[in-house]
Design a protein around this ligand. Structure first.
Ligand code: FE2
Length: 209
């Protein structure tokens, strides 16, 4: 199937002042779009021509994997954020699990921030759920790598490629992360927390808004 660049769940200016319109314009309109375009070109005439994006992310390698995973990761990342004036704090089972596995919400934020800061070069910082134990853990991945390939359920991600923050903060990743915490769509994180099946995650991206 041909993949489309999914619509952003907000306007380009809605994440300001933490993420500028110019950053979103480049990051979504150029980088993300290019990953989708290249994925479509690379699956043509292959066994992945009719696969879902999740199948491609889990089963492909090399250049196709890089582009398909980047397409998926960015869609997930956009959905993890919402305009700062629309955020609501985490609650219910998600909050209980965060407290159980990290001590407190503040401790979780500190650990996640550290994971993001310690991600060397280009990559992603993830909060994930282990399917069997239901425990929450933090994962740092390089380049396009995605924790679904280890059987983990992604709940929250932060893009720490420099293209996510260079326009706004130059090389100051810490400053970008400070802003990120003002934009978390905890409702979306909670929807992911309630799921255990990877194939449902994309479908709920639109349902969570
Ligand atoms: Fe990115």
């Amino acid at each position: 199937m041909k993949f489309e660049l999914p619509k952003l769940p907000y306007q380009m200016s809605d994440l300001q002042p933490h993420v500028s319109s110019e950053t979103l314009d480049f990051h979504y309109g150029r980088h993300h779009k290019a990953y989708v375009t290249k994925t479509n070109a690379m699956i043509e005439g292959t066994k992945f021509a009719n696969a879902t994006l999740e199948q491609i992310v889990q089963e492909s390698e090399g250049g196709l994997f890089n582009n398909a995973a980047q397409a998926w990761n960015h869609t997930f990342y956009w959905n993890c954020m919402t305009p700062a004036n629309q955020t609501t704090p985490p609650k219910g089972g998600l909050l209980e699990s965060i407290k159980r596995d990290f001590g407190s919400l503040e401790d979780f934020k500190k650990s996640f921030t550290q994971t993001a800061l310690n991600t060397f070069g280009s990559g992603w910082a993830w909060l994930v759920k282990e399917k069997s134990s239901q425990l929450l853990t933090l994962v740092s991945t390089s380049n396009a790598e995605n924790p679904m390939r280890q059987g983990l359920v992604p709940l929250l991600v932060c893009d720490v490629w420099e293209h996510a923050y260079y326009i706004d903060h130059r090389n100051d990743r810490a400053k970008y992360l400070e802003g990120f915490w003002n934009l978390i769509n905890w409702n979306f994180v909670e929807k992911c927390y309630q799921k255990n099946e990877i194939e449902n995650l994309t479908a709920q991206m639109t349902a969570a808004h």
